[in-house]
Design a protein around this ligand. Sequence first.
Ligand SMILES: Cc1cc2nc3c(=O)[nH]c(=O)nc-3n(C[C@H](O)[C@H](O)[C@H](O)COP(=O)(O)OP(=O)(O)OC[C@H]3O[C@@H](n4cnc5c(N)ncnc54)[C@H](O)[C@@H]3O)c2cc1C
Length: 557
Amino acid sequence: MNYDAIVVGSGATGGIAAKELTEKGLKVLLLEAGPALDEAIFQRPGLKRQVNTWDRIAAGATGQHTQARCSWFSPDKRELFVNDLQNPYTTSADPFLWIRGRQVGGRFQSWGRVAVRMSDYDFKAASHDGYGDDWPIEYQDLVPYYDSVESFLKITGRKDNIANLPDGQFSNEAGLSSFEQKFQNTVQDKWPERKFTPWRYVATDATRADAEGKTHTTSPIAAAAATDNLTLRPNSVVSKVNIDPATGNASGVTFIDRETKQQHEVRANVVMLCASTIETVRLLLNSGTSTFPQGLANSSGVLGQYFMDQTNGVVFGSVPGATGFELVDGKHPGDNHGGFYIPRFQNLTDSSQYDFIRGFNIQGMVGRIPVPNHIPTLFGLTVQGEMLAAKENRITLNTRKKDAWGIPVANIDIRMGDNERRMAKAQMAAILEMVNTMGWNIEIAASILDIHNRDNLMPNASWFERTMFKLSYQKSLALGSAIHECGGARMGNDPSTSVLNKYNQSWDIPNLFVTDSSCFVSNGAGGPTLTTMALTARAAEFIASEYNGSANLTKAV
Ligand SMILES: Cc1cc2nc3c(=O)[nH]c(=O)nc-3n(C[C@H](O)[C@H](O)[C@H](O)COP(=O)(O)OP(=O)(O)OC[C@H]3O[C@@H](n4cnc5c(N)ncnc54)[C@H](O)[C@@H]3O)c2cc1C
């Protein structure tokens, strides 16, 4: 069968691609490398302790040595993280922590569900500070798609009119805990530019779908399945995008069955890559042809370049004199999601105050983590800073090493630059000064640079746990640990310096689209997921409007 479109990857972006295309009448084959997971996995209780050293060691010994470094990892949810032995990768500069899941729904099953918009402070950042390139789109271009994705996902949030964190379509009102409210008041008295808003997030079970894609009504895959235009094929590891030599168009893909290891070829008029940043770049690099010997759609030579993550830091501890937790937006501990969010407050207008460009945001929760009433109230803050797009930071193919299906692995060559180092230092100083102003007890303060409370690290933990933390934190907070990796197949206005045009369409192959975060030109300081889903919806609308039942799509300029 010749499908109208093949979508590779069923995560946050693949789900939206499938939904938008099927709802517009296209017959879509959604190929997912991993299995459909049993609903029971999602009903397990999850992480109970902050640093579960033994659990992580055990997971490491059974094939998840990289995934177990993720602070969100828990043995109860191990199926949501890949097996590192089957899915290896290599690095050739700084360490890089590649955290991912291979299952129907992708990381949309395991993400933190914080869904924030980017703004023209991001899309037009180069015009503002002279570094790098602007995106080929501006904020207004994405507004209708942000609106529709948010409405579909029923985002919980609060409108706060913050210029660089535009308000969205919120279906439910988000609040702050009484601890967070007090934190906001104290911080804003001292630093009025540090604006607070509650997390903007997707409610607990909004994103799941079963093997047929039909469980939850707010799952994009379930919405696609409801059209009867969707064919979902789990366990399909796509190894190559195929090209019709006569036309130069994409003709479909080759995939390997995850279980039988049999190879299959499938055909479609349009191919959309939504396999996640590194996987999509890897797939394009592995699909080279005589016309594109350095990787498919790579006439510019920039495929793989300008790869980024964010600089990461954390502070955990407890609130002196307080015990237990509060229910805020949810009705029971299981749906007590949410927290506070302080969007980037540096270099928005006056750039003279800081020794770095761009900036960082801070988010966290105080008094929400469910603990028994007699246990001290906990807080956790994380800070993430924008990494600049640099040509030298790149993904390449390591043809000497293969995954369990014989596909060459990705090599990640990424380094922190001076701007990242200066920002990482400033961002830790910023969260520590706020926590110290509150007088809270710090158990862990660590960043990509250092442990910042060595003298009093994890005072209630055993010697063994402290030692393990000291030995492992640098790899656990390495680049990649923000799990906001992006770039590598960037959009642009110029085909000689970008892979994709403003509709995420390959400059070289007009019926090939890439809409995961590999398309990002810069990564901002927030989470990329809502933006990449909005970009996907926009690209899908473009495809549907141009589609004439053949592989000949107009190339947008
Ligand atoms: C613990 C955690 C917390 C996070 N929290 C947040 C947050 O709060 N906010 C935020 O914005 N972001 C967050 N993220 C990041 C977010 O999950 C990703 O940005 C988002 O899922 C990316 O969507 P995607 O579709 O590009 O990739 P994914 O969701 O990773 O989906 C990609 C899919 O493609 C499949 N695939 C890969 N290669 C192939 C192949 N060759 N053939 C077939 N299928 C393939 C994979 O199996 C996977 O299912 C978090 C991530 C994690 C892991």
